[in-house]
Design a binder for this molecule. Structure first.
Ligand SMILES: C[S@@+](CC[C@H](N)C(=O)[O-])C[C@H]1O[C@@H](n2cnc3c(N)ncnc32)[C@H](O)[C@@H]1O
Length: 347
């Protein structure tokens, strides 16, 4: 995607003021440089106006230069890592996140930071750190209960039936875009319950992947606060977690069911290795992808799913206009996609 360079001089006046304020903030140049003294304004209004104009021109020059650099950084992130989230981020958000990284790296100008991402030895590591700032990981345990009910009551039994025909009493689940791990842990708890009940003698494994290295590290650690655990019932809290002060830690039994990995869904070579999957959960991830990237990722899911495999997306997402290779299935409390004949069915 070609990054659009916003010319501050062409933006509406109110936006311009905000942009300049943000840029000055990011550049660590206090806005006071734009302010003339009250005395000067009152007694020499023409000189004061000139000073204002000069300061403003200076600010606009800076703004334009910074916007150009940040646009360059946005292009770098999109080209080098194909970070899907970057598509939706406003230039302004990029600016704030770059400013945060600049502080961490200890550089003062956007030019220097651009060099950190392009020519300095730290460039690869820094690109990952910037991506960690950019990707958005909103999630929680049991985020979509109707979807989980459909998986547990309808989808798992169908997968079990298909797997039994293959004489393999083992299920493979992939949580793609797992953020800090709440989704795969929810699935692990649900599957553990099933195996203790209707699925005696079966085993399962969950692969949970995300682009954001920091989220993957958090997921591996498995410690969560009130916001993430707000939907957990007393039963699940007590059975699968250990209190750590105000926080809850996932038990080691649940951790052992999941393999967490950093994976970019647009990394074709690594995506090709995720074969033999029964169920892909890719919820609230593709909303950030452009059309072409979405097609690529969905094609990988298609190739990696077993013939009876199911794909679940977030409740506001669909494959409409993306592919005809999957069949839409209306389950009572959710919709899913299955591989097979290309026709729309309702159940
Ligand atoms: C909103 S979270 C969804 C978390 C979870 N699936 C859920 O629904 O609760 C979106 C996640 O997608 C990840 N993501 C964005 N672009 C990605 C990419 N290209 N490859 C892998 N993960 C990506 C982000 O890092 C973020 O953790």
């Amino acid at each position: 995607m070609k990054a659009e360079i916003i010319r501050p001089s062409l933006t509406p006046r109110s936006d311009r003021k905000e942009l300049i304020s943000d840029l000055f903030h990011a550049l660590n140049q206090p806005l006071t440089t734009l302010r003339c003294s009250l005395e000067l304004t009152l007694h020499q209004p023409v000189r004061a106006a000139e000073q204002y104009r000069e300061a403003l021109n200076h600010a606009l020059d800076h703004a334009e230069q910074v916007v150009r650099l940040v646009s360059g950084i946005r292009e770098l992130v999109e080209v080098d890592e194909s970070a899907a989230d970057s598509e939706v981020l406003e230039l302004n958000s990029y600016l704030q996140r770059c400013a945060k990284r600049m502080q961490a790296v200890g550089v003062k100008s956007f030019r220097e930071y651009y060099e950190c991402l392009t020519i300095k030895p730290i460039r690869q590591a820094e690109l990952i750190s910037l991506l960690n700032e950019i990707t958005v990981g909103e999630t929680c345990f049991f985020r979509n209960q109707p979807q989980l009910d459909a998986i547990r009551n309808l989808v798992i039994p169908r997968i079990v039936e298909a797997r039994a025909k293959m004489a393999l009493r083992h299920l493979r689940i992939w949580s793609a875009g797992c953020s800090t791990g709440e989704e795969p842990y929810t699935l692990a708890m649900m599957m553990t319950e099933e195996i203790a009940g209707r699925m005696k003698g079966w085993t399962f494994e969950i692969t949970a992947t995300d682009l954001n290295e920091r989220s993957v590290a958090h997921a591996k650690q498995g410690i969560y606060g009130n916001y993430s655990t707000r939907n957990l019932t007393q039963y699940f809290r007590q059975k699968y977690f250990t209190p750590r002060g105000e926080l809850l830690q996932v038990n080691s039994e649940m951790k052992s069911c999941i393999s967490f990995q950093r994976l970019n869904l647009l990394d074709d070579s690594r995506m090709a290795f995720m074969k033999g999957i029964d169920l892909v959960m890719c919820c609230n991830v593709l909303i950030y992808f452009d059309g072409m990237s979405k097609k690529r990722v969905i094609q990988h899911f298609y190739n990696n799913l077993l013939p009876h495999g199911y794909l679940f997306l977030g409740h506001s997402e669909s494959l409409y206009g993306v592919t005809d290779d999957f069949q839409l299935v209306h389950l009572p409390s959710a919709t899913a996609y299955v591989k097979s004949e290309k026709r729309h069915i309702s159940r």
